[in-house]
Write a protein that binds this ligand. Structure first.
Ligand code: SF4
Length: 247
């Protein structure tokens, strides 16, 4: 089987979570309707951060940071049932921004929620990767030679999957002539900041080759986690030994 879409960190994450679910998607099988409230929350918080940076001045005061962040939140946020949680994320965002203001040379980002792509030809010639549709990623924040990936969940430490996602973004930024000296995950729920450990582009491309090998050789396996209970579109199919009850 060939990958017929652009390779991205979210695709890698999706496949790493459960490769069987990825395979079922490719077969376009019937799916259970599922709703993941965290996904909607993440999308609104990212939208608020983007608008915040569009509205904030180049050298704001702490008071302006709080005022613009809270004003943007009130104008954009719609998920009433998740408002208390979202307020905590906002408060941690404001705290982080006020701290960042004190020490960073330039406050405003050069890139915010920006799409970066590499063509199939560049993937082949630069990284020796066979990706018919190329690669794509979205960079949450880049400025002051620093990459930031905002996460709306709790990230206690950088595991291999998170390391890959962050290092992949860094690699694409560097390919697009942006010098990246530091890369951070900012986990807004727990208010923690985690730095990307030293990671080479060779390690990143080997991870991509490993994922492509799983797809090409169709080594799809179920990976049972908490996702299987209420968050997977194929929960029934898996539970009944891969027999679909309605086909
Ligand atoms: S139910 Fe679990 S093991 Fe089965 S496809 Fe979904 S995520 Fe994978």
């Amino acid at each position: 089987m060939q990958l017929n879409k652009k390779f991205s960190p979210s695709l890698a994450n999706y496949l790493n979570q459960c490769s069987l679910r990825f395979y079922y998607d490719s077969l376009e099988l019937p799916q259970l309707p599922i709703y993941v409230p965290q996904a909607d929350l993440g999308s609104e918080i990212h939208q608020i951060i983007k608008l915040y940076f569009q509205n904030i001045v180049d050298k704001p005061s702490s008071k302006q940071i709080r005022h613009i962040a809270e004003k943007t939140f009130e104008a954009v946020f719609t998920l009433t049932a998740q408002k208390a949680k979202a307020k905590r994320l906002l408060e941690n965002f404001i705290t982080f921004e006020i701290e960042r203001l004190k020490s960073w040379k330039t406050y405003k980002p050069e890139l915010i929620e920006s799409k970066l792509e590499l063509s199939s030809e560049t993937c082949k010639t630069t990284f020796d990767l066979n990706l018919p549709e190329g690669m794509v990623t979205f960079v949450d924040f880049y400025g002051n030679k620093t990459l930031i990936d905002w996460k709306t969940g709790t990230i206690p430490y950088i595991d291999e999957n998170t390391q890959f996602q962050l290092a992949f973004m860094k690699m694409l930024l560097e390919y697009n002539n942006h010098n990246v000296e530091k890369a951070y995950i900012v986990a807004l729920q727990s208010g923690t900041v985690l730095e990307l450990p030293r990671t080479t582009n060779g390690w990143v491309t080997n991870q991509i080759k490993h994922i492509l090998n799983i797809i090409e050789t169709e080594q799809f396996k179920p990976h049972r986690t908490r996702l299987c209970e209420g968050y997977c579109k194929y929960e029934l199919r898996c539970e009944f030994n891969q027999q679909c009850l309605w086909m």
